[in-house]
Design a protein around this ligand. Structure first.
Ligand SMILES: Nc1ncnc2c1ncn2[C@@H]1O[C@H](COP(=O)(O)OP(=O)(O)OP(=O)(O)O)[C@@H](O)[C@H]1O
Ligand SMILES: Cc1cn([C@H]2C[C@H](O)[C@@H](COP(=O)(O)O)O2)c(=O)[nH]c1=O
Length: 213
């Protein structure tokens, strides 16, 4: 892997996507064609189709392991079609969520267990991991309230899970950050938006000074 793989992670409503958009606007002129921005689940035609199945609020009877397998299947397609080819050609890949989401949501939220979810995802990723992960931390209540207040028209099946589910997700992220502090940088996402963007930018340019604007 010659390129750089940077992921944005966090509970629902943490502000990842908004911050990612802001950061991309800042660095896109600098990186030009060396920049790839993508998301999970999704990023390819097949993976976006899988996304629609997973997030459909009608699919209330989906088994937790089916859900985990579908996220991993979407990830596999995304890696082979988008992420790996970009890394092989020296690009910076910014991805909204990756395998840490599966460990947090399916491992802890759905109680499948972190080890089983890691094992299953090894088949999908063949060990590909981000170089840098920004973890946007907010209490579950804060994230869910933001979604209710600002994004009520886009609530998906995962957003609808119980508060205790979302609390387990956050705890799992904090455990991951504690376990892999070299890779995962914690950003306090309860701050005003501009301060969150500044902290995220600082974390990125600390590791990649060439992205300083
Ligand atoms: N620091 C902040 N303070 C207050 N509101 C914020 C902040 N950051 C983002 N928001 C708002 O919260 C809402 C959710 O943000 P966003 O969609 O970026 O979160 P997300 O982490 O990508 O969520 P999800 O993973 O559920 O898609 C948006 O309406 C956004 O404007
Ligand atoms: C990759 C991935 C995602 N999820 C969950 C997290 C969110 O609730 C949705 C995706 O919606 P977003 O608005 O694009 O953040 O899916 C998950 O449970 N497991 C995963 O691996």
């Amino acid at each position: 892997m010659a390129g750089k793989f940077i992921t944005f992670e966090g509970p629902d409503g943490a502000g990842k996507t908004s911050v990612l958009n802001e950061i991309i606007a800042k660095i896109a002129p600098k990186l030009g064609a060396q920049l790839v921005v993508t998301r999970e689940p999704g990023g390819t035609h097949i993976a976006e189709a899988i996304r629609n199945v997973i997030l459909d609020t009608e699919n209330t009877d989906m088994d937790p392991r089916t859900e985990a397998l579908l996220f991993a299947a979407a990830r596999r397609q995304h890696i082979t079609q988008i992420i790996q080819p970009a890394l092989d050609t020296d690009k910076f890949v910014f991805c909204d969520r990756f395998v840490d989401s599966s460990v947090a949501y399916q491992g802890a939220g759905r109680k499948i267990g972190a080890d089983e979810v890691w094992q299953m995802n090894k088949f999908a990723t063949e060990g590909l991991m981000p170089n840098l992960t920004l973890y946007f931390d907010v209490p579950s209540e804060v994230g869910l309230t933001r979604i209710q207040n600002f994004r009520a028209d886009e609530i998906n099946r995962l957003d609808q899970a119980s508060l205790s589910f979302h609390r387990r997700v956050r705890e799992a992220y904090l455990t991951l950050q504690n376990k892999y502090p070299e890779r995962i940088v914690l950003i306090d996402a309860t701050q005003p938006f501009e301060a969150v963007v500044a902290d995220a930018m600082q974390a990125i340019t600390h590791q990649y000074p060439e992205l300083n604007i």
